[in-house]
Unconditional design. Sequence first.
Length: 402
Amino acid sequence: MNRVLLIAADEVLHTRLQGVPGTDLLVVPATALRAEDHRDRLVARLVGWLRGAEAADVVVLGDAAGHDVALGLAQRIDQEVPGTSVVLVARLDRASWQSALQAGVRDVLDPQGAADELAGALARAASLTAARRDATGPAARVEGADHQVVAVVSPKGGVGKTTVATNLAVGLAQRAGEGSTVLVDLDLQFGDVASALAMEPVHRLPELVSGSAATDPIALKALLERHPTGLLVVCGADSPVAGDAVTAEQVTRLLQTLRRQFRHVVVDTAPGLTDPTLAAVEASTDLVALSSTDVPSVRGLRSELALLEELSLLPTRHLVLNAVQRRSTPGPDDVAATLGVRPDVLLPHSKAVRLSTNVGAPLLQSGTRDPFVRSFAPLLDVFAPAPARSWLRRRSSAGQSR
């Protein structure tokens, strides 16, 4: 038996819902929402009731109290009671459809639709409610306790941060299996993860931190972009203006949701310590701190790490020195003296890295034997250790080695 809360419906819709088998129907008349002076208090009471253990599985909204009232209520339910699915029954144009989905509505039905369409929509919504509650409940949070969020940070641009982040994410996806790893482009103004992976995304970060995807793990998964390696990707905003609209709070919520769903979450941050970057660092289990071998980059990283430590925001740290050449000045020893700790991974300068970035194919995806790939393996081993090679050789049925 599905409990359905019907709000602001006309008599026709009310009668049709009463005829749907397996439905326990509760009704809030449209007249209760038309009076503005009482509306806020009524909505607050409805939201409070929906949070309860015996609340409705599905909320069906009519538009008898007005289209804007229905969408406002849908948005509030989606934000404050994400375990409940909302179905809107109304005639909408294309623009209104988009507004409804952004408000958190899961399905939109024509008031004159067939009876089986209504029954099917209620069944789908009830199933989605059950899945969402399972995905966001205590069991799901415990399940993600050993999952990793890895923030790749650097105080300066141009040091290879996106190159390291994309290769790390691709390598983890290859080792941990398809659907295990998600890469988030958090360079809000000038992120180029999509370019580095030769992807043309349909959905981008601003869409994933607003509307239904912000609170619904299933909706969020549906909007992730798929890479040929099995990696899932949250591509950056398509303009600085759109990127600036993303808040630190939205970043925190996104990363928490992704951590519950994926074994590895890799975050390519913007240069420096913006509010969204600080939010990402705070939500991370590990920090890949990146520097090239020039003096300003090394000194900048020293200041950045000192500030994070002062703010008590320094998770497990992995120091990576990129584009190292044999006679680099400063060299690894000089960097260690400046930072007070030796780099964990040294990535050599490689012409193949720049070429791979230009064509949108990370070196770890291509399987090349470039020195960069061999040097990258220790960083991968930190998060997804490679299986030990067996000393036994395969033998044929005749007992001879192959």
